[in-house]
Design a protein around this ligand. Structure first.
Ligand SMILES: Nc1ncnc2c1ncn2[C@@H]1O[C@H](COP(=O)(O)OP(=O)(O)O)[C@@H](O)[C@H]1O
Ligand SMILES: O=P(O)(O)OC[C@H](O)CO
Length: 501
């Protein structure tokens, strides 16, 4: 039977998805399952790695069954994942020693302050391309070693393994044979040297993390191993692509040329600009990160990471219960001309790029007795566009490149109000592709390239636009609105710091 499908595992922050692509890179089936979010204390966010493994396998089997496709017809699996989220497990039992600590979790902020006090900021930026923030995996591993009874001793004996979700899934899929990650995921750990392309011994020493816990770092497109025979009814499917979800989206949008930018609107918003084969250091609060390793070389990106975007819409739905579904936000926001002077700063997990304030917290400003839920909903949607503007301004300053248009993808780009306001706030066209599942598509491309289903050149021609949003707001109004946003952001900063008056 011809092997003509690629199965993408998209292990996101809120759900596991399995997406089946045919050899024309068209989606033939999708299965998705949300999993539990744990908030044990304010500012902490955890996932159950066993639940994620079960959900991911569940959706993979479901999509094959519903489409009537045999596992033996799948040429390869590509894996893409929420990055930084940290799981540590026992290599003998396969059981995690603690819930996974999610990228949004702020518990290690004091440890990051300590790294700064020890004068490590510059070294961190140079060696890892990152900043001393609780976002990244390194301090989360350290927290587990310090807080789970017996973990440090076991880790030192070589009994514990660390992984981001890609590593965890591949380890389970291969029944413990492969403990690997790819360069794009490694570059988000705070432990990987993006210049020498090795684990950074100084960072390991500074954080007290035994090297024996770490996975082997590999390119983003190659056969890492095959699935255990019992996983898919006897078929041994090659696992042939791994990339962090934001880098995968950059690949899926075919941003292969230097200067090409995409923005993914999911739980958070992540803007990445391809900067080619040399790392570009940032002076404006962006991250320097590895885009992918492919064809014997590594390419880099500048990244603006916004922690809360679509998650703010979920908050309106789940916590405030202002809307019944994320889609409803478009309906309510569309009933008013604008946010009526209301600004919503969703600094629920501090602020990422370009502010990097672990102690900022969310706030709504400009409320009056005339403020309605439509205004609050509108202000929440506006915050996705304002935060993106913050990052684009930084990116233009760092790269010297002026943005001509923005390619978008991710769940929240279905929202036309957000897309129009984004074009207005940037003053450039916003291009929405037909396939907005760029993340899964990128992982499929990487896996398909590794098994010879297509070449990188063929990938360039596959993307098609569904709609372009053109700016309609005049420049004076745009800048006035944006100034209000900056004022609101300033007032949320440092909120959680104990010593702040
Ligand atoms: N029509 C919509 N309007 C606004 N936000 C939306 C809409 N549809 C989905 N979202 C938001 O997008 C996010 C889901 O996008 P997705 O790309 O699946 O995210 P992730 O990969 O981070 O789990 C959710 O946070 C949801 O609130
Ligand atoms: O799950 P997503 O798509 O919101 O992505 C999360 C990021 O990878 C975190 O860095």
């Amino acid at each position: 039977m011809e092997k003509q499908y690629i199965l993408s595992f998209d292990q996101g922050t809120t759900s596991c998805r399995a997406i089946l692509f045919n050899r024309d890179a068209q989606i033939v089936g999708v299965a998705q399952k949300e999993f539990t979010q744990y908030y044990p204390t304010p500012g902490w966010v955890e996932h159950d790695a066993m639940e994620i493994w079960g959900s991911q396998m569940g959706v993979a089997r479901e999509v094959l069954e519903t489409q009537g496709i045999k596992p033996s017809e799948v040429a390869a699996i590509g894996i893409t994942n929420q990055r930084e989220t940290t799981v540590v497990w026992d290599r003998h039992t396969g059981r995690p020693v603690h819930n996974a600590i999610v990228w949004q979790d702020r518990r290690t902020a004091p440890l990051c302050d300590e790294l700064k006090e020890r004068g490590l900021e510059e070294y961190i930026r140079e060696a890892t391309g990152l900043v001393a923030d609780a976002y990244f995996s390194g301090t989360k591993i350290r927290w587990i070693l310090d807080n789970v009874e017996g973990a440090r001793e076991k880790a030192e004996r070589g009994d514990l393994l660390f992984g981001t979700m890609d590593t965890w899934l591949v380890w389970n899929l291969t029944r413990g044979e492969c403990h690997v990650t790819d360069v794009s995921n490694a570059s988000r750990t705070l432990l990987y040297n993006i210049c020498t392309l090795e684990w950074d011994q100084r960072m390991l020493d500074e954080l007290g993390i035994p090297a024996a816990m770490l996975p082997e770092v590999r390119p983003s497109s190659e056969v890492y191993g095959t699935t255990g025979a019992e996983m898919f009814g006897g078929a041994r499917v090659p696992i042939a692509g791994i990339a962090g979800d934001q880098q995968a989206a950059l690949f899926g949008q075919a941003c292969f040329e230097k200067g090409m930018v995409k923005n993914t609107y999911g739980t958070g918003c992540f803007l990445l600009m391809n900067t080619g084969e040399t790392p570009v250091p940032s002076k404006s609060g962006l991250l320097t990160t590895i885009a992918w390793g492919l064809n014997g070389k590594v390419e880099y990106a500048l990244e603006g990471a916004i922690f809360i975007a679509g998650a703010a819409v979920q908050w309106l739905r789940d916590e405030l219960k202002l809307i019944d579904s994320a889609e409803d936000s478009e309906y309510y926001a569309g009933k008013v001309d604008d946010a009526g002077g209301v600004y919503m700063v969703p600094a629920f997990a501090g602020l990422g790029a370009p502010y990097w304030d672990m102690y900022a917290r969310g706030a709504i400003f400009g409320l009056t007795r005339g403020t309605r839920k439509e205004h609050i909903t509108r202000a929440t949607l506006d915050s996705l566009a304002y935060q993106t503007r913050d990052v684009i301004d930084a990116m233009q300053a760092d790269s010297g490149i002026t943005l001509k248009s923005l390619r978008v993808d991710g769940g929240a780009v279905a929202n036309n109000v957000v897309m129009q306001f984004q074009a207005d706030m940037l003053g450039v066209n916003v291009d929405r592709p037909v396939v907005t599942e760029s993340t899964a598509l990128g992982a499929a491309y990487l896996a398909g390239i590794a098994v010879g289903l297509w070449t990188q050149d063929e990938v360039v021609n596959k993307g098609r636009l569904e709609r372009t949003f053109e700016p309609q707001m005049n420049a004076e109004l745009r800048e006035r609105r944006y100034k209000g946003w900056k004022k609101a952001v300033r007032r949320t900063m440092n909120w959680e710091r104990e010593d702040e008056e």
